[in-house]
Write a protein that binds this ligand. Structure first.
Ligand SMILES: C[S@@+](CC[C@H](N)C(=O)[O-])C[C@H]1O[C@@H](n2cnc3c(N)ncnc32)[C@H](O)[C@@H]1O
Length: 433
């Protein structure tokens, strides 16, 4: 018999439905309410989008000499990290990391983590994403990783142009491009719409978890966090908050302003080193966050956390954001098993998954493999429910799909169309014990 979870079944959506939160994320004032103006902005977006893309393509010329030098092995960057991994793969059979050709463990770190940070940064800069530290952090990083001379400036110019494009047209250029290609069944999500929904949803789950463990009375729970903080000061929550595959996640720095809890970040060594350097450059204090380096494919993240001082008996909130798609099904199941069997009562894990129908199609697997971080995991139909149902000790607390998150987290055009592009991407799951 499966045990019932300690948390109430709808604990995250309760707080995400606070009216002040909904309006700060869906910003009813953002888009024009008239069809005519919206259409005009749509046409304008073709002009500004073309200008942005042409500038970006033009600027690639600046990067060519450095990219060639890197390819020849004269400098260290993404290209030769990829070829270095290829060499290791030929020489070393059976290492799980090398088999997967995952660049997260190299000195470049994860490029998809940079992409997700840049999408959070863009949505924060247009005023809808709660990750206010993302623009500061992205301001110190290049979308190309390290080592290509000039790439930092090209990235920053692109990000600024993408922001102007949005300000003028209320459209995200990256999402518009994906939408264009989605007609041929390529992707089911634009990075800005997806990251906006994912950040907000996980923030809500985490906030509720921390409040529930902070001795805040039920009446206060109905207020927004700033008001609760004004009345109570920094709240004590004797719980762990662990970001697994943290990338450039900033929650431990944002939430430690309100809560005294035990914050941990676990990631591949390459990404982690690059992030800590960016934090230092951006003058974002790490606070009491404990950084744990781990390769999920060959190491036990829980043992590593315990070695670094985590008390597994405390209720633990695990953020597992944007990671499952890069892991083998076996590794995903092992992680869920550890949460269900080894962590304190009241623990839970929040994660997203992609729909395997599109994410594991040949085209997408090829694309993601070329980028150095191949998609390997996805779920379709009832498989998500089955996965949690079959994990001893875990129960489904929330399972959000496209329509729920669009409603709560995306601004809308005059006709109800959400800003950005979000199709049937997969789902968000909160599972707890
Ligand atoms: C798409 S990024 C997501 C980062 C972050 N959670 C976010 O949402 O912005 C995937 C993250 O998983 C990490 N990762 C991928 N494969 C890994 C592995 N085998 N071991 C440890 N971390 C891994 C990468 O370093 C990267 O930080």
């Amino acid at each position: 018999m499966k045990q019932q979870p300690v948390m109430s079944m709808s604990f995250s959506s309760k707080r995400s439905s606070l009216p002040s939160k909904i309006s700060s994320r869906t910003r009813p004032d953002l888009c024009p309410s008239s069809e005519l103006v919206d259409k005009a902005l749509g046409y304008l977006s073709i002009l500004t989008g073309t200008a942005t893309i042409c500038t970006l393509i033009g600027l690639q010329v600046v990067l060519i000499p450095s990219a060639i030098a890197a390819k020849l092995g004269l400098t260290s960057n993404w290209f030769n990290n990829k070829s270095r991994i290829e060499n290791q793969r030929r020489n070393t059979k059976g290492s799980p990391l090398i088999e997967k050709k995952n660049i997260s463990n190299t000195e470049t770190g994860s490029l998809t983590a940079l992409k997700t940070l840049s999408a959070r940064s863009t949505t924060a800069r247009v005023g809808i994403n709660p990750d206010y530290l993302a623009p500061k952090l992205m301001g110190k990083l290049s979308l190309y990783g390290k080592g290509i001379i000039g790439s930092y400036f090209v990235s920053q110019i692109y990000l600024q142009m993408a922001k102007w494009h949005f300000d003028l047209t209320k459209r995200f250029i990256a999402d518009q491009i994906v939408l264009l290609f989605s007609r041929w069944g390529v992707m089911e999500l634009g990075e800005n719409a997806y990251l906006q929904c994912r950040t907000c949803w996980i923030d809500d789950c985490l906030e509720t978890f921390l409040l529930k463990h902070s001795n805040i009375d039920d009446a206060s729970m109905d207020q927004d966090l700033e008001s609760i903080y004004s009345a109570n000061g920094r709240m004590d929550a004797n719980v762990n908050v662990v970001a697994l595959g943290s990338g450039y996640d900033t929650r431990s720095y944002r939430f430690s302003k309100y809560f005294k809890a035990h914050f941990f970040e676990v990631d591949a060594i390459g990404t982690q080193v690059s992030k800590r350097k960016a934090l230092e450059d951006a003058h974002i204090p790490e606070g009491s966050t404990i950084f744990v380096s781990c390769d999920f494919t060959s190491e036990n993240w829980l043992n590593k956390l315990i070695q670094c001082g985590m008390n597994p008996d405390l209720p633990t909130f695990l953020i597992w954001e944007g990671v499952t798609m890069y892991l083998k099904s076996k590794v995903v199941k092992q992680t869920l098993h550890l949460v269900g069997s080894k962590l304190g009562k009241g623990s839970c894990i929040a994660f997203d998954y992609l729909d395997s129908k599109w994410a594991l199609s040949d085209k997408i697997v090829k694309m993601s493999t070329k980028a150095g971080e191949p998609f390997q995991f996805g779920l379709h139909g009832n498989e998500a429910n089955d996965l949690i149902e079959k994990t001893d000790g875990l129960s489904m607390l929330e399972h959000e799909k496209r329509d729920d998150v669009v409603e709560l987290y995306l601004p809308k055009h005059y006709d109800g169309r959400p800003v950005g592009f979000l199709g049937d991407f997969g789902g968000f799951i909160l599972a707890g014990r």
